[in-house]
Write a protein that binds this ligand. Sequence first.
Ligand SMILES: [Zn+2]
Length: 112
Amino acid sequence: MNLRLADSVPTAGGAVFLQTKSGLPYVVDSFCLSRVLQYGWHPRKSRFGTYLYRKKRIAGKTKYIAMHRWLIHAKPGLEVHHRNGNTLDNRLQNLELLTPEFHASLHRNRRK
Ligand SMILES: [Zn+2]
């Protein structure tokens, strides 16, 4: 399964360039801006890149919500690919929902 949800989402109104408190630049669609600005976003590094997270208290535990997964409503079990390789470009047209298997094959083919 390869859901190309992002293909069907137009970027009406264009992109907005923002910064985290630590000065890290990131990009979202302008129509997502009000949702994004409701929360404080913090970068966390992984071996795949740097992603933005917010904290959420659920049943007394702190959970970390990833912006790119949240914006595209990614269900557990599906992964989100950043098409242009920039993990801080969270415009919907740059995000793609993939199965873990297909996602892994994509990066195997791209990386030497
Ligand atoms: Zn990817």
